[in-house]
Unconditional design. Structure first.
Length: 100
């Protein structure tokens, strides 16, 4: 059980750090930024999942967090589609204040 919990911690740290590096270094496209944010959310999900399984709690909070992360991803993708439809691409340097 402790080995499995350590695996969750190592995986979650890798996902969070990898997502943060991707978020700070590859900011040319909006899609890269959104994928990095989802990577960070998955890392936090693994961290919470490992903690809840370690203390023997219910998985309701973990599933609620996963549902909120999925809603955040859907909202980000819908914003990406609307920006591409209005501006033609998803480059950050081409977006000037996101006029309506």
């Amino acid at each position: 059980m402790i080995i499995l919990n350590n695996l969750y911690v190592i995986t979650s740290i890798f996902l969070i750090v990898g997502g943060y590096v991707g978020f700070t270094r590859y900011r040319k496209h909006l899609l890269n930024t959104l994928l990095s944010l989802e990577f960070i959310m998955l890392g936090i999900f693994f961290c919470i999942r490992g903690y809840v399984s370690f203390i023997g709690g219910e998985a309701f909070f973990v599933l609620f967090f996963l549902a909120l992360a999925a809603c955040e991803g859907a909202l980000g993708l819908s914003l990406l589609v609307s920006i591409v439809c209005f501006h033609g691409n998803d480059y950050f340097n081409r977006l000037r204040g996101l006029e309506c």
